[in-house]
Design a protein. Sequence first.
Length: 205
Amino acid sequence: MRITRNAVTPTCAICERTLLLGERVTRYAPDGRDALVDVCPLCQEAAQNHGWVKEGSPSTPTVAADRRRGRGRGLGKLFEPRRPPGAEPVAAEPILRRLSEPELAVVDAADAFNASDYRRTVGGIAKSLGEPRASIVTLSGSNADLVVTVVWDISWYQYRISPGAVQPVRLAERGHDPSELDRAFTSWNARVQDDGRVVPEIARL
């Protein structure tokens, strides 16, 4: 079931999470001079790292033209994933050598998610809602896309992983009732650490 966003519902321009009532947000201009967008507290560092100009800033630096490809809903997709400082792959080289191709794809998908800003979003939500359940599923078909699903009792998010794409990680679906999820995505084969990193169970073999 696809959850559509009501135009009047405020969302974070980076992680696309629906902002909670009364949640403090900061407004930024993505290219330094056009319309302002809302950014949640978890994503403010990411906005600054990518050159967004904070509302009321005395300076208006120029942002490269290739970052001006969209507004609103697509803003979070403009960024290349960056591995957070100190982040490590979810599986060591000796383990990787023992894994099958499908298992390696799952490990690569986890690494891609963990290198994205969505990791911080999941970690922030987990601080409020507790530890979620998670799965990493390879989609059928000729493409090699995978889906990372993160589920709490009152909320769920799905992230599409497209290896080799310009933007390999994107928020694909989200909802409030876990029963909306197809059963294919509810075989929990991963865990979520306190910082939001997704670790597939196979990585601990």
